[in-house]
Write a protein that binds this ligand. Structure first.
Ligand SMILES: [Zn+2]
Length: 506
């Protein structure tokens, strides 16, 4: 369970309280002239916004407090009764109990703040992960309703590949307001998803429809829908866009579209009888979560220069009645298609697009309500790298840089981008780069857990080999976890570079 921390915590005597307010609220709000009392869009789901914010704030604050707390610890390491007072401080500020072995020698040698830092990040993540699977703070009561809706729109699966950038990690649950369990998410640097991996997933999905009628019968004429999400930064387009595409928005959009088309082509070439899929290209402004939807025409074709901007929709509908939001958005989309002189997408694609845009209107207000209309951390502020397969529990912005991969060699580009980002965030300041290595497995497959654990260790070794310079200097730490996703269990720790018992035994 996540520790519930008292609101009126007080640091033990002798310690200076840490700098608070790491969450970016007031400053950005004032800069944009927007206060939380300003009028919300009539389609905004106010209660959902409040629930999502409460969760985001709690988790991000827990990570934000690690560094100021360790600064206090560092300053006090030669004081009398340091170990007892340090434990009291860390318990009170972070809700954690440090391993004694990280503290006991502080009278004779300097505290290893890097190891303490990595331990606190890993433990905070572990607690967040346990809480996520235990209490389902972001669960959506409408998982089944969404699946039914998707099928009514003519699709049986929604598979989304955003960029691996941590500023897009909340794209499913927050930015698009979709139930995370009903959507497949797999992130790649630059949204450059693996076509073979997607093809494999498509085959698996179609096989399940034939064999089990899940999620619907193969005879039902629905299709697999693949979406890619690229991104840009409206306030700093030259420097805070997509690192994998040199911050070039046009290039990022064109590359994502080309990947989508290659996936469709591979399905059409590889399977007869008119097999095909549908595609959707989405752009996202990481400053304020406003999306651009590249609506496909009647033939399913999209254009990088033709899109609906959610902020235009927001302004055009801000005086509407809040009664039938999706119908109003659909009318807006129909008008836009007419104005552009392109053929309209299928009725189902139109309905789904209206729903995605509607969800985004709530998120636009969310950023206005709680972040002053523009995040103050418009650049990278991730806390750790998540590497391997899994991470359903990470649905928050700027917390994790993802590297979905089976082997380090195969995901080398994604890892290089991640290490580059964290060199700037951590290593340059002497703080280690925390990497959580994860492998989810299907519990009904004999031996799957052991193989998942073995893969974690292989990834760990390969990571250390590739970034030996960081590892040798104590600037790379890892936590190894596996999870039975079939049985929806909690993630379990199977190793760590901070494995204190093991190191003490050597
Ligand atoms: Zn990117």
């Amino acid at each position: 369970m996540f520790n519930t921390r008292s609101k009126s915590r007080r640091a033990p005597q002798g310690f200076q309280p840490p700098q608070r307010g790491a969450l970016p609220q007031g400053r950005a709000a004032a800069a944009h002239g927007w206060s939380s009392n300003s009028q919300l869009h009539p389609f905004t789901r106010k209660d959902e916004n409040s629930r999502l914010f409460h969760y985001e704030q709690k988790v991000k604050q827990a990570f934000a407090e690690i560094e100021p707390t360790l600064r206090m610890l560092s300053a006090a390491q030669h004081e009398a009764d340091f170990v007892g007072r340090a434990q009291a401080l860390v318990k009170s500020e972070l809700g954690l109990e440090l391993p004694e072995s990280l503290l006991v020698d502080s009278w004779i040698k300097p505290l290893d703040i890097g190891r303490l830092y990595a331990w606190c990040v890993f433990e905070t993540f572990r607690q967040m992960s346990d809480e996520f699977f235990d209490t389902r703070p972001l669960a959506d009561a409408d998982d089944f309703e969404f699946q039914r809706f998707l099928e009514q729109c003519g699709f049986h699966t929604l598979d989304v590949s955003p960029c691996a950038d941590g500023r897009l990690a909340h794209v499913i649950r927050y930015v698009l307001r979709l139930p995370y369990k009903a959507v497949r998410r797999k992130s790649y640097a630059g949204a450059m998803f693996d076509v073979e991996d997607s093809l494999q997933k498509w085959i698996e999905t179609e096989m399940l429809r034939h064999r089990e009628g899940s999620p619907n019968q193969a005879a039902v004429p629905t299709r697999y829908l693949k979406a890619a999400v690229y991104h840009h930064s409206s306030s700093k387009p030259e420097s805070e866009g997509c690192a994998a595409h040199g911050s070039d928005t046009q290039k990022a959009a064109a590359a994502a579209l080309a990947k989508l088309q290659a996936f469709r082509q591979s399905v059409e070439n590889g399977f007869c009888c008119g097999a095909s899929i549908d595609l959707l290209l989405i752009g996202m402004d990481t400053d304020n979560d406003v999306i651009r939807l590249h609506l496909p025409d009647a033939n399913g074709e999209m254009d990088v220069d033709r899109y609906v901007d959610a902020i235009d929709l927001f302004n055009a509908t801000r005086n509407s009645s809040g009664l039938d939001a999706e119908a109003a958005v659909k009318r807006y989309l129909e008008d836009m298609s007419l104005a552009c002189g392109v053929s309209q997408p299928t009725a189902g694609m139109m309905r789904l697009s209206a729903r995605l845009l509607c969800g985004n209107l709530s998120q636009i207000d969310y950023v206005r309500q709680y972040h002053g209309g523009c995040y103050s951390d418009i650049g990278h502020q991730e806390r750790f790298i998540g590497m391997g397969i899994g991470f359903e529990e990470v649905q928050l912005r700027n917390l994790t840089y993802f590297a979905y991969l089976q082997t380090v060699e195969e995901g080398a580009k994604d890892m290089d981008v991640g290490i580059k980002i964290f060199t700037g965030l951590n290593a340059r300041r002497g703080l280690p780069i925390p990497v959580v290595i994860r492998n989810d497995y299907h519990g009904q497959v004999p031996g799957a857990r052991d193989r998942a654990e073995a893969r974690c260790h292989q990834l760990d070794n390969a990571l250390r080999n590739r970034f030996r310079d960081f590892a040798d200097r104590g600037l790379l730490h890892t936590l190894l976890m596996v999870r039975d996703c079939q049985n929806d269990g909690m993630a379990e720790v199977v190793g760590s570079s901070l494995d204190l018992q093991q190191q003490e035994a050597h």
